[in-house]
Design a protein around this ligand. Structure first.
Ligand SMILES: Nc1nc2c(ncn2[C@@H]2O[C@H](COP(=O)(O)OP(=O)(O)OP(=O)(O)O)[C@@H](O)[C@H]2O)c(=O)[nH]1
Ligand SMILES: [Mg+2]
Ligand SMILES: [Zn+2]
Length: 241
């Protein structure tokens, strides 16, 4: 996704056809590994969600609240992606669920191979939830399938209502948009309707929920969304067995 344009911009003398070939190979290999991850998760009836957003939109805060509210109903495991630190994995572990931190170093997105390796460590329990928090970045994580059942994009109201139009790829690949930090709306010039319309312009099939990870507003609808899909994953695994 991003390797080619970045390389081409930073080193204009690189042969662009060669760059495109390398990029295609990287994505093909990633897609193969993602298929293996998806098969592994399907076998145990695990519902995997890939959460993506720009840095600081509230992914970890949302996860901590969701885990507190859902951990009595589901076995839950979390894969945390960040360039550096295991701060987010520590925040997740404080809830009592298992979390693996992946540090991507200079890398700006998770790839399927990293998730496969984390799955070896986590050993997800049957019928559970796997949350994958991607590296904070609204651009290239959109291009890398990890083997998840659904991509969830988080956008917070402090980021501006035009983001879906400026970064369309992320909103085009997502199944669900969580518009977070709704508790801050009284303090901002932010038109929720315009923002959601922009997102639907990019992706008419996108589902949208307005939430606050801080106050819990709107979170019940997110849990219902998760529970419905977790039931389907479990039923599919039983049928497959
Ligand atoms: N007011 C308000 N603040 C929030 C909400 N959700 C998250 N925050 C705050 O936003 C900041 C960033 O939240 P994180 O959960 O760390 O965001 P993140 O997306 O995980 O960030 P990275 O992992 O660094 O990309 C923290 O100060 C949170 O307390 C919300 O719903 N309302
Ligand atoms: Mg985080
Ligand atoms: Zn990247």
């Amino acid at each position: 996704m991003h390797a080619a344009p970045l390389a081409a911009v930073h080193q204009p003398d690189i042969d662009s056809e060669r760059v495109i070939r390398i990029e295609r190979d990287i994505l093909a290999k990633n897609n193969d590994t993602a298929r293996q991850n998806r098969a592994r998760l399907a076998a145990t009836g695990t519902l995997a969600l890939n959460l993506m957003s720009s840095p600081g939109s509230g992914k970890t805060t949302l996860l901590v609240r969701a885990i507190e509210d859902l951990k009595a109903k589901f076995p839950i495991a979390v894969i945390e992606g960040d360039q550096q630190t295991d701060n987010d994995a520590e925040r997740i572990r404080a809830t009592g669920v298992r979390a693996v931190q992946i540090n991507t170093g200079r890398g700006c997105h998770l790839e399927a191979g990293m998730v496969g390796a984390a799955l070896d460590d986590l050993k997800t329990e049957p019928g559970g939830l796997l949350f994958i928090e991607n590296v904070g970045n609204l651009v290239c994580p959109a291009g890398f399938d990890l083997g998840e059942a659904h991509k969830v994009v988080v956008l917070s109201v402090t980021e501006g209502e035009d983001k879906p139009l400026k970064y369309p790829d992320m909103f085009a690949v997502a199944d669900l948009l969580l518009l977070n930090k709704a508790d801050l709306l009284p303090h901002l010039q932010f038109d929720v309707g315009r923002c959601l319309a922009a997102a639907l312009t990019v992706n008419p099939h996108l589902q949208t929920l307005v939430v606050s990870a801080e106050t819990g507003e709107g979170m019940a609808a997110f849990y219902a969304w998760i529970e419905a899909r977790a039931s389907l994953s479990r039923a599919a695994a039983v049928a497959q067995a």
